[in-house]
Design a protein around this ligand. Structure first.
Ligand code: HGY
Ligand code: MN
Ligand code: MN
Length: 409
């Protein structure tokens, strides 16, 4: 079986564990999430690695060098998903690394450095509005204040961790020391249409976009849909609608700027009641932090104006902020050499999506290999797809990059 077919099959097997009977939803520390971790641990062990699950649920496999003082190359990505997800966001990177190490093990090939395959437990930030729990802990950047955050059912993150058998007090011990590492490499689906449109099976990531994410809660005045004259209303949903359209308009104002209202709800709403309360989320990104921050502050200013004009109270809470990160030129060169050896054209491109790799900025050199998506490049959707042949090529390029990895610049 080719690496690619194996990767596709394993991704399908992981997708059997979901919080919903139709589609794939696997959010932080739910029972399906725990089942996937147990399965990945088994697969890593069978592929010749020592494997364990750490204090935040990362599954860490180590393919040990014979050199006892060897440093370590990390290959990683995440196994949590968004709601109604595809099979490959995050998981492609874990499975590509797994089959590459499995091949080294089966060919009895050891390297002058250790290779860690890390399945990060939480990157999307869906359940607790807290992205990068797994990778930030490993990079020594975990913000303990998030332990007080709750999910939609009021379960507190710290309590959920303890209930899963994890001790948050151990999180600082997960931090990797820069001097122990020789780099971080992540294979990930592009989650966009560029490689597909230009007919490249893989691409080299040059930079990774950061995002500012807000939770917005609007308090208006509930009322009878039939008796309150329009001019006397303080309709929370109508205020939200103005905000949504402003985010869309303002974020269309610069080429790399994007803005999204991904969640929009009227809690306890009813068809014949004027919405008294409305909640929404805002995610703003750009190719540079200045453009993004200017848009974010304009959106906050507009929210204040809408609140005044409509006589509603608006609370905004910044739930996450990650700045743009450039990928290591040296690792980009190593990837380009492996791609060229595979007889493929080299296509550098920026990532509009955020990734675990960003957490390793300042810890070790980081690089990413993008893999072409089918179906117009769609992602964060069950329509997400990757060709087995492209996954196979990605695994071969990763293997070649590892086998020819120069430990230092
Ligand atoms: O939202 C993102 O950029 C990533 O999929 N977590
Ligand atoms: Mn994602
Ligand atoms: Mn991802």
């Amino acid at each position: 079986m080719t690496f690619g077919q194996r990767i596709v099959d394993l991704a399908a097997r992981l997708a059997q564990w979901s919080e919903t009977s139709d589609g794939l939803t696997c959010t932080y520390l739910t029972p399906p999430h725990r089942a996937v971790a147990a399965e990945l641990k088994k697969w890593m062990h069978d592929a010749g690695m020592s494997a364990d699950i750490d204090a935040v649920g990362n599954v860490v496999g180590r393919y040990r060098s014979d050199n006892p003082s060897a440093r370590t190359l990390i290959l990683g990505s995440h196994y949590d998903t968004v709601r109604n997800a595809g099979h490959y966001d995050g998981r492609l990177g874990i499975l590509t690394a797994l089959v590459a190490v499995e091949h080294l093990h089966q060919s009895g090939r050891k390297l002058p450095f250790n290779v860690d395959v890390i399945a990060f437990s939480e990157e999307e930030g869906v359940r607790f509005s807290t992205p990068y729990i797994g990778s930030s802990a490993m990079a020594g950047q975990f913000d303990t204040s998030v332990l007080d955050r709750s999910d939609g059912e009021g379960h507190r993150l710290g309590d959920v961790m303890r209930a899963a058998g994890f001790d948050p007090k151990l999180i600082p011990t997960l931090a990797r020391r820069p001097q122990d590492l020789i780099g971080y490499l992540e294979v990930h689906i592009e989650q966009g249409p560029v490689l597909l449109h230009e007919d490249f099976p893989v691409g080299i990531v040059t930079s990774i976009a950061g995002s500012v994410r807000q939770r917005v809660s609007i308090a208006g005045t509930a009322g009878h849909a039939g008796t309150v004259p329009m001019a006397l209303r303080h309709d929370a949903a109508a205020a939200a609608a103005e905000i949504v359209l402003y985010v869309e308009r303002r974020c269309a104002a610069a080429p790399t700027l994007v803005g999204t209202v991904g969640e929009l709800r009227v809690p306890g709403g009813a068809i014949n009641v004027i919405p008294g309360h409305c909640e929404l989320t805002i995610d703003i990104r750009a190719g540079d932090d200045q453009t993004r921050d200017a848009a974010a502050s304009d959106v906050l200013a507009e929210i204040k104006r809408v609140a005044e004009r409509r006589g509603v109270k608006v609370e905004t809470k910044e739930v996450s902020r990650s700045n743009n990160v450039s990928c290591s030129p040296r690792i980009q060169r190593l990837l380009a050499a492996a791609i060229a050896r595979a007889g493929i054209g080299v296509r550098p491109l920026p990532s509009g999506a955020g990734h675990d790799a960003m957490q390793f900025k300042g810890i070790t050199e980081l690089g990413m290999l993008f893999v072409r998506c089918g179906n117009g490049g769609i992602s964060h959707s069950p329509l997400e797809t990757v060709a087995a042949a492209d996954a196979d090529l990605a695994a071969r390029i990763l293997l070649d990059t590892i086998a020819n990895y120069e430990q230092s610049a």
